[in-house]
Each structure stands twice: as C-alpha cells, then as structure tokens.
Design a protein around this ligand. Structure first.
Ligand SMILES: CC(C)(COP(=O)(O)OP(=O)(O)OC[C@H]1O[C@@H](n2cnc3c(N)ncnc32)[C@H](O)[C@@H]1OP(=O)(O)O)[C@@H](O)C(=O)NCCC(=O)NCCS
Length: 174
C-alpha cells in the first residue's frame, strides 16, 4: 500500500500561515461529496458504483482535497489500462485520467496541480509506461494545466463527448 506521505499534502495560506486544505486519499464516505463536486463542475456524470469500483481497484490514486471544515472541494481519479505499445506488439500499462475537478471558488490555488502530481507519483506502482487523458478542445484552462505538467497533444478524437465535441488526446511518458 502506498504510504500516505506520498499522497498527502497540506496547503497553507501564505498570509496567515493557517492550513487551508488537505490533499489525501479518498475513502468510501467521501464519494457522495465527490459526486456533488463532479455534478457541479463537469457535464460528464457517473453512477455511485463507478466511483466505488475506481476506489476499490485504484485507491492509491483516487485523491480528494478537503477544506478546513472537512468539506470535499476537489478530487482526481485514474484507472490503469492495458494497451498495445506503439513500438511493439506488447501490451503495456497506461495510466488513464478518469476525472479531475476543483470547485469553482477554490480554483487557481494550486489544488489541481498537487492532485495531479501526487496521484501521478502514486500510480507508478502499477508499472505504467505512459499517462494519457482526454480533454475538451474548448477547455483552455485544463489544457494549460496539463501542458504545465508537460503533457503534449498527441491527436484529436472526433466526437469524443456525448454532445459531439472533439477531445485532445494528451500523453506524457513516465
Ligand atoms: C482545470 C481545473 C481542474 C484546474 O484546477 P485549479 O486548482 O484551478 O488549477 P491550479 O490552480 O493547479 O492551476 C494550475 C495551472 O493551470 C492553468 N490554469 C488554471 N486555471 C486557469 C485559468 N483560469 N486560465 C488559464 N490557465 C489556468 C495555469 O497554467 C495554472 O498555473 P498558474 O496558476 O501557475 O498559472 C479547474 O479549473 C476545474 O475543475 N475545471 C472544471 C473541471 C474540468 O475542466 N476538469 C478537467 C476535465 S479534462
């Protein structure tokens, strides 16, 4: 099991030096609040059992951010998939970002950056070769976030979303 020190981070207010947020692993009791954040911030919704199955299978890289009242204000979840390598016929493990969202009033404070970097470290235990994700071509904010972490656009997936919008497929080698 991944040590909590890899996934836990405290974020302090630079002016008051008080702890404002705690990034930590998600637990079953958090899922209802994670769903609230997801339904408020993203058009792609999932049923409870979907979150639970991600938590059951990949608990080290399902992280949440809670504020000082203990309220969940952000989350990230990944899954590991076997996919053919570009260079050979071998199947390799890829870390696929399932979803990330930060509640609107808590954005631009570095929460998503910490969620991504902590979970990307934690998911390495699955011997992954690559991180992959899809993002709406109109989601400038998220594209900037991923580019800041060195993800590159590999191609466009046409009509990827239910409403017909295209996705950028972005990747980063481990
Ligand atoms: C995308 C999202 C997760 C970013 O969360 P966040 O906690 O505000 O991100 P951070 O504070 O860590 O910002 C990291 C970088 O992202 C980019 N970024 C974040 N918000 C931005 C904005 N409004 N405009 C431009 N760039 C932005 C910047 O490069 C920023 O680095 P900087 O602050 O040093 O300039 C958040 O906006 C969100 O939840 N959006 C709705 C859900 C969503 O789109 N999820 C992604 C689906 S693929």
């Amino acid at each position: 099991m991944t040590a909590n020190k890899e996934t836990e981070t405290k974020i302090f207010n630079p002016t008051t030096n008080e702890q404002e947020f705690l990034i930590r692993k998600c637990i079953l009791d958090d899922i209802d609040e994670v769903i609230e954040v997801n339904e408020r911030e993203l058009p792609e919704d999932y049923p409870f059992f979907f979150y639970k199955s991600i938590l059951d299978n990949f608990p080290e890289c399902f992280l949440v951010a809670q504020n000082k009242l203990g309220k969940i204000v952000a989350y990230i979840m990944w899954r590991v998939e076997k996919a053919p390598s570009i260079n050979s016929l071998k199947y390799i493990n890829k870390a696929h970002l399932v979803s990330i969202a930060v509640s609107e009033s808590y954005r631009r404070r570095g929460i998503a950056t910490i969620l991504l970097s902590n979970s990307m470290k934690a998911i390495k235990k699955y011997k992954i070769h690559e991180y992959v994700l899809e993002v709406r071509v109109s989601n400038y904010t998220a594209i900037r976030l991923y580019e800041k972490l060195d993800y590159k656009i590999e191609n466009i997936k046409k009509n990827y979303y239910r409403d017909g919008e295209n996705a950028y497929f972005m990747t980063l080698a481990v």
